[in-house]
Design a protein around this ligand. Structure first.
Ligand SMILES: [Zn+2]
Ligand SMILES: [Zn+2]
Length: 237
């Protein structure tokens, strides 16, 4: 059964206690538990490299080969045009099915395992939503993915290192990379009391398009003294 995280009509949110019959969000087939059937899960084809945070080139051996002053490394576990993966993200984000967070976190865990990344001494933090969007949605899907991801890897989870300072239009409503960069500029600040000096930080988001949101968040963390930033999205559009 799926526990619904929120239901947002008539500006009205309520939690829990709404159940759906168990069916796979990918193919609609019946399942005993969870939200995605084994066939859909196995059909998700993952990446096995990191990417340049500036030009999105694949980075063999997880090393920067181009744009060496990009303030972070970009990772994406899979493709947004992968039907099952997108269905899982939509289930969490737009249908509020909380149980979709765990398999999304597992997909991210499997990705970093494939890459063999050394994640010792990293802390995990989600990209924050704007206050307005967080209120409208009732939850931050990135935090819901980041928390079990951190737990699985035994890494500390810091829910609020970054804060959104202004409400812009969603990055998905922008059309050019230039417009995306302009739209996101200045939208993050270090959260009150957050200390990132010399820290290694993994930023988590559900979807990345051009990496501009991650780049802006990484820039803010770096300006606060963070040592290393790895930005991980479950899916890359
Ligand atoms: Zn399925
Ligand atoms: Zn590059």
């Amino acid at each position: 059964m799926h526990v619904l995280l929120f239901y947002n009509t008539m500006n009205f949110n309520f939690f829990g206690d709404i159940f759906f019959p168990p069916s796979c969000v990918g193919c609609g087939g019946s399942i005993d538990r969870g939200v995605l059937c084994a066939a859909c899960r196995q059909g998700i084809d993952g990446f096995d490299t990191l990417f340049c945070g500036t030009c999105a080139a694949r980075l063999p051996e997880q090393k920067k080969v181009c744009h060496k002053d990009t303030p972070y490394l970009l990772g994406a576990a899979g493709r947004y045009d992968d039907d099952a993966l997108r269905a899982l993200i939509h289930a969490l984000k737009f249908q509020g099915i909380a149980d979709a967070a765990e398999p999304l976190a597992e997909i991210l865990v499997a990705y970093v395992a494939r890459l063999g990344l050394d994640l010792r001494n990293f802390a995990v933090t989600p990209l924050p939503l704007s206050e307005k969007r967080a209120r409208a949605r009732g939850f931050n899907q990135s935090a819901l993915i980041a928390r079990p991801f951190a737990r699985e890897l035994g890494l500390p989870f810091a829910e609020q290192l970054l804060a959104r300072v202004t409400h812009r239009k969603p990055q998905s409503d922008t059309e050019t990379i230039f417009e995306r960069q302009e739209n996101i500029k200045g939208c993050f600040a270090l959260a009150r009391g957050a200390v990132v000096q010399d820290k290694k930080i993994i930023l988590v988001d559900d979807v990345t398009t051009s990496g501009t949101t991650f780049a802006e968040a990484a820039r803010v963390l770096k300006s606060g003294g963070a040592k290393k930033i790895l930005a991980l999205a479950v899916a890359k559009a």
